[in-house]
Design a protein around this ligand. Sequence first.
Ligand code: CMP
Length: 141
Amino acid sequence: MRHKDAKLELLRAVPLFANLDDGELADVGRHADEVSVGEGKVLVTQDTSGNSFYVIIEGRADVMKDGQKLAELGDGDFLGEMALLEDLPRSATVVTTAPTRVLEMHRRDFSSVLDSAPHLARKMLATLAHRLRHADEQLVT
Ligand code: CMP
């Protein structure tokens, strides 16, 4: 029980989950596993198929595409959603640059959580819009 509460507290601190009610948060908790990885570990690999979505609880990671760094991710950021949403290979490689704790959610759980938590889907869309805007800016400069 204590373990469960600790997990819910962990989830509550993640901005992506900020607007979820207790039921939705518990649903996420049931479907997500906490995983610790060292520095320099590849979380997802460009052009390979992927089956997980990740939220960084604590740590850092670089997003690399064709050997170029696209972005740096840190506490509260998420990754791995694109391949799952589009059902296409990974768009980039994501490698940790510090010891990192992530929440990992399997494809089918990611899908069902998104279906049942519109707040989460909306937040994710806002982040995707931000990433797209940023990607466009990079093209112009
Ligand atoms: P996916 O394509 O599944 O795997 C690689 C991940 O890197 C991708 O999902 C996004 O989560 C992330 N990613 C790709 N491009 C960017 C970007 N421009 N900025 C931040 N994250 C990105």
